[in-house]
Design a binder for this molecule. Sequence first.
Ligand SMILES: CC1=C(CCC(=O)O)c2cc3nc(cc4[nH]c(cc5[nH]c(cc1n2)c(C)c5CCC(=O)O)c(CCC(=O)O)c4C)C(CCC(=O)O)=C3C
Ligand SMILES: [Fe+2]
Length: 393
Amino acid sequence: MTEQLLPARPAHPLPDGVSITPEGQRPDQEPSLAARNNGGVVPGAAPAPAGRREALLVLGFGGPEGHEQVMPFLENVTRGRGIPRERLESVAEHYHHFDGVSPINDQNKALVAALRGAGVDLPVYWGNRNWAPYVEDVWREMATDGVEHAYVLATSAYASFSGCRQYHEDVARARVALESDPDGPTGPTAEKLPHYFDAEGFVQANADALAAALAELPAELRDGARLVATAHSIPNAMAAVAGPQGHTYERELEAAARLVVDRVAPGRSFDLVWQSRSGPPSVPWLEPDVNDHLRTVAEAGEQAVVVFPVGFISDHLEVIWDLDNEAEETAGELGLAFARAGTAGTHPAFVRSLVDLLAERRAGGEPRLGTNCPANCCFVERPAGRPGSVPAS
Ligand SMILES: CC1=C(CCC(=O)O)c2cc3nc(cc4[nH]c(cc5[nH]c(cc1n2)c(C)c5CCC(=O)O)c(CCC(=O)O)c4C)C(CCC(=O)O)=C3C
Ligand SMILES: [Fe+2]
């Protein structure tokens, strides 16, 4: 399915100063932790051995749950990434507007509950990259509970360092942390479930949300409203190495947005733009930003927009701040009617697709991109550890 949607393209030239070996490893780097641990992934597509004690781990981004947690959380997210202090301080303000509480943890808990409710016949665990419950702690818990193999469901539907490779790294780090404790239990083996940007239920959930947002606009503006898909911007250098051939993040997003729009208004045009840019201004990231795009749209004489954040699976802080505050305000200043579509969240069709994805893998179904992706694809920089995590050597 992925193959058909994403016709083979020639490998893209890498940006100046970036080179990778055939294995996808940048020569100036140490091998990544995941590469040395086989990506935390069991190769091949063999059916699950009978009698193996398995679990599903929902692996999320994590978010703070109070004012005092905001800065430590942001430091976890950005350690070693060269994000300017001023950027951190302004992002901290976004969190403080919501009492320092990101909605993301509750949203991931709701997803776990929905997966259990949809009949996943495995224990379902939840852990995070950037905040408690940390993946390392959940790994130990699974080990103590006797789990032998964990299927990892990352809360991102797409390829890229942030959305795919970094989750492999998180798992690898958790496994190393456990293995390096001679007195502790040996942790489960692991395998990441594939990207689900084109899964039937993900498309359906986003299509229902897009249709609902369109219906919020005054009737006379609906047919002409500009449909604007958004996703998290990433550095151009990260986009260039996303997926085995590069630029897979953009291609998967384009494919997902096309599927979503076609289900609501077949053939209707849409724009794919970016939000939540971080990093120093000197580093190029994917453009245009959604706010700049709204200006372009208004200058072209459009009257209405529907923004649908197909790049995310829940209405977390970057959605509710960057779109419902910033982008909506921009639209207001420009005199554009504005509606924002929801994300997949716990839409029953989406949850059903995730259950199916798990069942397919357990039955030994074809591995798709994101499962056994080459050990170092999407690899841009060596992820920094957190205090308490085991260094890579
Ligand atoms: C591709 C992508 C996704 C989608 C895939 C996925 O879901 O994984 C995503 C999701 C999210 N990003 C989030 C929050 C943040 N992202 C940041 C920074 C960054 N994101 C990046 C990319 C992505 N990010 C990148 C390349 C950076 C620069 C630092 C680096 O190179 O790693 C920063 C630092 C401050 C700043 O914005 O500068 C914050 C606070 C939250 C939680 C929101 C909440 O709390 O509800 C979520 C779900
Ligand atoms: Fe982010």
